[in-house]
Design a binder for this molecule. Structure first.
Ligand code: DX5
Ligand code: ZN
Length: 218
């Protein structure tokens, strides 16, 4: 059985008690940190100084999801901060291959995200440059949205391409992941799952992580 990774999103956590909120998910594989700039998405969250403080106290590695314009300019600074993984949006980068190489050269895993309506095919040749492909399963910007089933065929095509390439690129899904939807995403080929409201909305976030992991493993 392949165990999947559950990366809770702190977007649904209590922002005034981040350190305690991080301790509640210490059985997670990583913590998903959503950075939004109010340009690439119509919402604003936190920037690098707060991310660095999270990095200093987190019991698990950081998985940053940068929903910011001009990723080529801003993403390398997150890798320099020592984050385990930095994911930029393909739609926000003019030179994604160069950017992925830059992230890796600065010691971070390189992730690239696609909005729900962005096709994966134009990017398949650059899988070799990536450690993770994030297929958004909601429009980025807000937690608590419903999972978009129309993204399932894209997850399937991405999984087939990863298998065909022989590369170990992880396929992450983000948005609307619940105890109910996670099995569909896993069946389609995702193996890293972001869950915000399903984890932090639960009475016991740590138990919610274990349940999601069981339902998302194949
Ligand atoms: C949305 C963010 C997600 C969000 C997911 O744009 O990228 O990480 O926190 O939240 P849920 O799991 O509630 O859909
Ligand atoms: Zn996210």
């Amino acid at each position: 059985m392949t165990q999947c990774c559950i990366n809770p999103s702190i977007l649904s956590a209590d922002f005034v008690n981040l350190e305690a909120e991080l301790q509640r998910i210490s059985n997670a594989d990583a913590v998903h940190v959503d950075v939004m700039d109010n340009h690439f998405v119509p919402n604003l969250t936190i920037g690098l100084p707060v991310v660095q403080r999270i990095q200093a106290v987190s019991p698990v590695p950081l998985d940053a999801h940068l929903m910011i314009a001009d990723a080529d300019r801003w993403a390398p600074g997150f890798a320099d901060a020592g984050l385990a993984s930095v994911t930029f949006h393909a739609e926000a980068s003019v030179a994604p291959i160069k950017l992925a190489r830059e992230l890796r050269s600065r010691g971070a895993k390189a992730g690239m995200a696609l909005r729900p309506a962005t096709a994966v095919e134009p990017y398949l040749d650059m899988l070799v440059e990536l450690d993770m492909l994030l297929i958004m399963t909601v429009e980025p910007g807000f937690g608590g949205q419903a999972f978009l089933d129309i993204t399932l065929p894209k997850i399937r095509r991405a999984r087939a391409a990863v298998e065909g390439s022989g590369l170990g690129v992880a396929i992450q899904v983000d948005g609307g992941i619940t105890e109910e939807t996670i099995a569909r995403a896993a069946e389609a080929g995702a193996n890293v799952f972001v869950a915000g409201s399903a984890v932090y909305g639960a009475e016991d976030p740590s138990a919610a992580i274990d349940l999601l992991r069981a339902k998302g493993s194949r």
